[in-house]
Design a protein around this ligand. Structure first.
Ligand code: ZN
Length: 294
């Protein structure tokens, strides 16, 4: 008996992204398709999202062009694919403050936003550094941090300090400090509502980009069953592999229950539908009484 339905919606794509960007140490291994996507969780009278994408204008567009992003679609268009609109969204969990995850907060007028306090505080600290240290603020749009200030003023922002169990029924936020970013978090949906869940899903943010981050890439050093951290981090690779261990524990040891939004092969593991632009919708699970949106 599942409490929530979960969909992953691609909203843009980088057709040719360096493999070394998603897999630490994978030099000279060419490019891959890197979808940009967000997650919708629906059930118990709520419509929630994990991350919101970016808006293809202003500095968001500048960053997107720098990363080679194509085929951007608006949340109105993308959510429309599963019969929802941005106004329906009441809750947003932001995994981290990179533009492609947090940039589009303005498009959800009725949502309350949850993000790690450390992520916002350190984002401001990082932006205060001189240009030669700007590596620590890469992929952050200052305007996105300002949006959080305005959300706070209107009572629509909660800053989380560390783990938060049952932020909503059956949903936990787990902190992963100093990993991909300073204050990343991931979302665990315990879909049977039980504390020791036999039906949990982990929305991993950018702590996991592709399945090789969990299953290893034997070609790197000849060990197949080894976590290989993502290729982009301001924290440490050690913290990333231990975050991966915690994610796998939350997923009951099943790779399939870890949902990486940049993974192009989600569509091989879950029912999915592609639209004309090539962007896909993956249906991860359906709540009791919910019909397929594919
Ligand atoms: Zn990121």
């Amino acid at each position: 008996m599942s409490l929530y339905s979960i969909w992953v919606l691609e909203y843009a794509v980088v057709p040719n992204y360096n493999v070394s960007g998603v897999l630490y140490g994978a030099h000279n291994q060419g490019n891959l398709r890197l979808p940009y996507a967000y997650v919708v969780i629906k059930g118990q009278g709520r419509v929630m999202m994990v991350d919101v994408g970016y808006n293809h204008r202003d500095y968001g567009k500048v960053l997107a062009d720098r990363f080679g992003v194509e085929s951007w679609h608006s949340p109105k268009d993308v959510l429309g694919q599963i019969g929802l609109s941005p106004e329906d969204v009441d809750t947003i969990f932001v995994t981290h403050a990179h533009f492609d995850h947090m940039g589009n907060l303005d498009d959800f007028p009725n949502a309350h936003v949850y993000v790690q306090e450390r992520e916002i505080a350190r984002a401001i600290w990082a932006m205060s550094q001189p240009p030669r240290l700007s590596f620590v603020s890469i992929a952050t749009d200052p305007a996105d941090v300002l949006k959080c200030v305005f959300l706070a003023r209107s009572g629509r922002l909660t800053l989380i300090d560390g783990d938060c169990e049952d932020v909503l029924p059956g949903i936990d936020l787990r902190a992963a400090p100093d990993t991909h970013t300073f204050g990343s978090q991931y979302v665990v949906v315990r879909n049977d509502g039980r504390r020791s869940s036999a039906d949990s899903w982990v929305l991993a943010g950018d702590l996991i980009y592709v399945y090789e981050n969990i299953e290893g890439d034997g070609s790197v050093i000849g060990v197949e069953q080894m976590y290989v951290p993502v290729g982009v981090a301001v924290g440490s690779q050690t913290n990333l592999v231990f975050a991966t261990e915690a994610i796998m524990r939350a997923a009951g040891g099943e790779v399939r229950r870890v949902i990486p939004v940049h993974e192009r092969r989600l569509v091989d593991k879950f029912p999915s539908r592609a639209r004309e632009s090539g962007l896909r919708v993956s249906e991860i699970c359906l709540a009791v009484g919910e019909s397929s949106r594919l």
